[in-house]
Design a binder for this molecule. Sequence first.
Ligand SMILES: [Zn+2]
Length: 277
Amino acid sequence: MNKEVAIELRRRLQIKGALRLDDITKPLGISVKEVESDGFDGALVRRSSGVGGRILVKRGIRELTRKRFTAVHEIGHYLLHKDSDRVSCGTLDIANWTNFEANPEHEADEFASELLLPSAEMKASIGTQWPSLKLVSYLAEEFEASLTATIRKYCEVATQSCAGVWVQDSRVRWFSGSASFPHWIKVGEEVDAGLLDCNTPIEEMTEVRASEWIPAFSEDKDSTLLQGCVRMPNYKGSLILLWENRQLKHRSAEDHLLEELDTNRFDSYRRERWPGK
Ligand SMILES: [Zn+2]
């Protein structure tokens, strides 16, 4: 629903590619102003008539992409939450991807994500290209969105089995998997520091053990994923793209047993397991 409002708005105003804020705020009768603020990142003040209003964005926000997301998040409140005359949103309200619940902040984020990163156009830009962080960063530039917002939308539209993962202070904070990615990533748990070195060029995906990320494969030392990694020192974090380039299969206890039989000689196996016989 929130996403559909954004799609419809782009269609009606015939907006293509990177959003220019004016193209949307002018028709809606909204002005956007940067202000000094300690209390909020973004705020919306609706006119008493209910039509039009003013959006305030905190001047001190570091990245331009975050300012854009903040303004569009407020436009989301304007269109989706018509009962609210005044809305004030803090750092944890906007683009907070640990917020999954159905609540106004999440709804405004979903709206903003689609308005800035239109799914259909993203798909067209991706074409048949394989998952990589280079592709994600190219899309982020094309739509003037943050790498984080883009990796989430990328995984939403990707046909391959992949996931974006945010790691901060060595712990997984959230992950966002594509429709065909069936695994749970270890949210809240610590990640091996070696995985976060991110020394490879952004276009490279390196092979890592699936067990490093997916608890269900913790006993499986053979299965692998491809990983791209970029450090974000300002946030003490790393953004990770995982690609299940070969389908991971759970191996049953029987598979393990058969493997053991392969590697051990059958007679010694018998002696070990049934010493009495
Ligand atoms: Zn908000």
